[in-house]
Design a protein around this ligand. Structure first.
Ligand SMILES: O=C1O[C@H](COP(=O)(O)O)[C@@H](O)[C@H](O)[C@H]1O
Length: 210
């Protein structure tokens, strides 16, 4: 995404067609250093002509529960008008691309290992107030939404995540803990992992393409 925002690549994209959402967000002010909105604003949104009304960030002045409800309501309206497509096998929104990172513990979005949030199948967006990684209050897409996307990209760098990459991708023992990242299995979409060499260093079958 960084490269895409720079010349000459930035001219190859029709930014007016982009609608931006957050797969998860920390419930902090938008100018807080922990804000995922701030990260995207500084790195992407401030550099390219995305239409401001196409940027759907959370309300940062309410509780995590209210922020999740309001955000889900906005997505529901966009699904109703088909600005956001709908999955043909569930009522979930079908995003063109969900871009995820992964923590060293294997969490993706704000879906953490052994957290009840992994079992949420009714809501599209939910909230947590006990994130093991600060800040504690977050909203997150649920697994059904992530797995309804047309494309999911998981981007992981660094050796600290090599073990989680191995556990998420390789055929591991059945009694091995099931990592949130391993539960990313788009029903009809495509999943692509982007790894640097240190992050890929514990994979069973390693072949690099430059
Ligand atoms: O808290 C979060 O962490 C993960 C991964 O973060 P990293 O600092 O270990 O790269 C991120 O993908 C997630 O969206 C975020 O809210």
């Amino acid at each position: 995404m960084g490269k895409l925002c720079e010349a000459p690549y930035n001219k190859t994209v029709d930014w007016a067609k982009w609608y931006i959402f957050w797969a998860d967000e920390r419930v902090v002010a938008k100018n807080h250093s922990d804000s995922n909105y701030k990260l995207a604003k500084d790195g992407i949104l401030s550099k390219v002509p995305i239409v401001p009304s196409h940027v759907h960030s959370i309300n940062d002045s309410v509780s995590a529960e209210e922020a999740a409800d309001e955000y889900m309501f906005v997505i529901r309206q966009l699904v109703k008008t088909r600005m956001v497509s709908v999955s043909d096998i569930s009522d979930c929104p079908k995003f063109d691309l969900i871009l995820l990172g992964m923590g060293p513990d294997g969490h993706i979005a704000s879906l953490f290992p052994n957290h009840a949030v992994l079992d949420e199948t009714e809501e599209w967006v939910t909230f947590i107030t006990d994130s093991p990684k600060p800040p504690p209050e977050r909203i997150t897409f649920t697994l059904p939404v992530i797995n309804s996307a047309s494309n999911v990209a998981i981007v992981v760098t660094g050796e600290s995540k090599a073990e989680a990459v191995h556990l998420a991708i390789d055929n591991v023992e059945p009694n091995c803990p099931s990592l949130p990242a391993r539960l990313v299995q788009p029903t009809k979409g495509k999943l692509v992992w982007f790894l640097d060499k240190p992050a890929a260093s514990k994979l069973d079958n390693l072949q690099f393409s430059e």
